[in-house]
Ligand binder design. Structure first.
Ligand code: ADP
Ligand code: MG
Length: 391
């Protein structure tokens, strides 16, 4: 499939205005970047273009600001500073860039947050054409946003004179395709977290592909509720109970879906709150589930130990809180210790991986969350589809 796209590394870049869409959406607290992982991931692509004397223009989003105005809290300016350090050469930063900017060959300019521009999210054609007019070559390199049809990911690729894939995007698509093409069995998907509605939708596609579906977080809660268990005030998606019943009945595929038999409950998430382990059949309408219990974790870890391939997205519980960290920690450690080829993706999943110090032991860390899920579900990523059309 990747043979069908143009590659940045094959093009003549010297002297050309090259717009590269990266994912430089770094977490920022009080103006300080708290993790520069995403910036480091993009470095090789940027350096490649600089070394070939391209006039490099970087586009990225940061956070979820309201469109139509700039908002200092979501400015990419701190990212430009950090990129300058990482590249050991100055990265210019421009707030007003849509009208066109001057860039010298072999230098790098970062444009302000694309999400300040009205029409970015809706993939507005006028905006996309203005972005495209900045460049002679457009490089899509941001896997984590490739599942979104937006002006800076898709529209610009349609209207740029040349549109191609960057090396980071290609590496990511290659790695994930290899895992999915001919995975060592059993293939186990571990899905947890709080984006319940979108993640539940992925399960029907996964049920026909994987051997086991291991669930935690709000996804597990909703499936438990669908079996008639009273999950009290736990996070669930109440509109999807019938869908969950079909899933558990095997309507979408034969994957086994073992459900939690015990959980950790509490009244809330205050710092001094205490978690209580309960069997799921003993839950009452006042309970809130914040983690899987030890018996469930042990059972889940047996599947992990036997797996040939593991796809992991989403924590098992509220791992940010010490009372509810155990389920996610045990799974992370089992995935790290096991012999299976393991792939992890998702913002909070990667935060958990980092917190438990197991990053080195995971076979492949994806930069994508939603894009990672869409890809393993078998969906065509819109930003990749455009690159194929343009090739
Ligand atoms: P990812 O970013 O890895 O895709 P999500 O964003 O879907 O994952 O979910 C991560 C969040 O889910 C974490 O902040 C965690 O605290 C929360 N979470 C996990 N289990 C529960 C639960 N049972 N109830 C409420 N929140 C949960
Ligand atoms: Mg998240």
């Amino acid at each position: 499939m990747l043979s069908a796209v143009k590659r940045m590394t094959e093009l003549e870049l010297s002297g050309k205005r090259v717009v590269i869409r990266e994912d430089l959406n770094a977490p920022i607290r009080d103006g300080e970047i708290t993790s520069d992982k995403r910036l480091r991931a993009a470095l090789r692509t940027i350096q490649f273009a600089v070394e070939r004397d391209a006039r490099v223009i970087l586009l990225s989003h940061l956070g979820r600001p309201a469109e139509g105005a700039s908002d200092g809290a979501f400015s990419l300016e701190p990212v430009a500073d950090r990129l300058s350090q990482l590249l050991t050469s100055p990265v210019m930063f421009v707030k007003d860039w849509l009208g066109g900017i001057e860039v010298e060959p072999g230098s790098v300019t970062l444009c302000e947050n694309v999400r300040f521009e009205t029409g970015e999210k809706a993939n507005d054609e006028v905006l996309a054409r203005r972005m495209a007019a900045l460049c002679e070559i457009f490089v899509m390199d941001a896997f984590a946003t490739a599942h979104r049809s937006q002006a800076s990911t898709c529209g610009i690729a349609r209207y740029a004179p040349v549109a191609c894939a960057g090396p980071l995007l290609i590496r990511e698509l290659d790695a994930l395709s290899k895992v999915l093409e001919n995975p060592a069995r059993p293939l186990v998907a571990v899905i947890g977290g709080a984006k319940v509605s979108s993640k539940l939708s992925v399960l029907s596609a996964l049920a026909g592909k994987v051997d086991q579906l291991i669930v935690g977080g709000g996804i597990a809660n909703t499936l438990l509720a669908a079996t008639g268990i009273d999950v009290g005030r736990s996070l669930i998606e109440p509109g999807r109970l019938d869908y969950c019943k079909s899933l558990l009945a095997g309507k979408f595929g034969a994957a086994s879906i073992p459900l939690p038999t015990d959980v950790v409950v509490a009244n809330g998430l205050e710092r001094d709150t205490h978690g209580t382990i309960k069997l799921t059949r003993d839950l009452t309408n006042d309970d809130m589930i914040f983690d899987i219990g030890p018996e469930t974790a042990a059972g889940y870890c047996d599947y992990i130990d036997r797996a040939g391939t593991i796809l992991w997205n989403g924590p098992m519980g509220v791992f940010e809180h010490p009372e509810f960290v155990h389920g996610t920690r045990r799974m992370a450690e089992a995935i790290a210790a096991g012999k299976a080829f393991s792939v992890a993706g998702g913002g909070d999943t990667l935060a958990a991986v980092e917190q438990f110090g197991v990053g080195e032991a995971i076979s492949y860390i994806s930069t994508g969350g939603g894009a990672f899920l869409d890809f393993i579900e078998g969906k065509e990523l819109p930003a990749v589809a455009v690159l194929k059309e343009r090739a």
